[in-house]
Design a protein around this ligand. Sequence first.
Ligand code: URA
Length: 311
Amino acid sequence: MSAYDELLDATIRHLEDLKSHGARYVAVAPETLRALAQPPVGGFQISNPKSRIETVATPLPSAQPAIPSAVGHSPLVIPRPAAEQPALLALPGETARVAAPLDPQAKAAAFAALRERAMACVKCPHLAASRKNVVFGVGNIDAHLMFIGEAPGADEDAQGEPFVGRAGQLLTKIIQATGLRRGDVYIANILKCRPDTPGQSAGNRKPTAEEMAACIPYLHEQIDLIAPRVIVALGAVAIEGLLGKAAGITKLRSHWQTYRGIPLMPTYHPAYLLRNQALSEKRKVWEDMLAVMEKLGMPVSQKQRNYFLKP
Ligand code: URA
């Protein structure tokens, strides 16, 4: 079997596994979709016609959820260009097509079903035993902007909501500084359970690679359903969990990455800003947020442009 066939088989097995867990579609970046439409050098050899993926060039309708503007939260409609929409390919055995986004009711139902599965998760038995709550995520499921952190801390575990402790309060301030409200965006973590710290009464630990690998499929489904236009990854662990890059956040921040076809901006975790109160570090995070606002077509006032600059 050629390397290409092995890869194809592995892809089919993965898609069938997703399907057996209830997934109906997978998100595919527009670039990938275009590349899939090109026959590989040497031509296709499809041994399993059931698994063939075809695309129908139906333009996706552009969903236009509102983002409140910086001034008084009046709705500012930012069209989502069709080219930016993650296209959805059918899984093996489904009638393959580029799917339109789910209607709002179906989307809410899919999100609720996902939440239910995550809330009952015992994939990491040690975390299922030690957690007070599964911290699924919070916010607007139609958000254009999604923030992804590392894992719940003690406060988040107690309240069942991400980013509610001191770092969370700072994240809320950062969101508000853009002119958005916390409820306009979606906030989640790489891990949905608090990493246990046996024998310790306080403190946090970094999630292990196994814990991240076990939990990431929930986040992938959240991202695919929400289909944000921009993701902000908060801190080195979020970057490692999403991009598999252990490259320092210091090097990566401010440089756009792509995740599941979506522009992703790495920036410092708000906990870092609590530890290092220098104006220069706050300004770096703010510059990353200015780039995010520009990418989303949000208005940026002169006052906002100058936040955290030396007087
Ligand atoms: N830090 C995170 O990364 N996530 C939270 O939810 C809280 C603190």
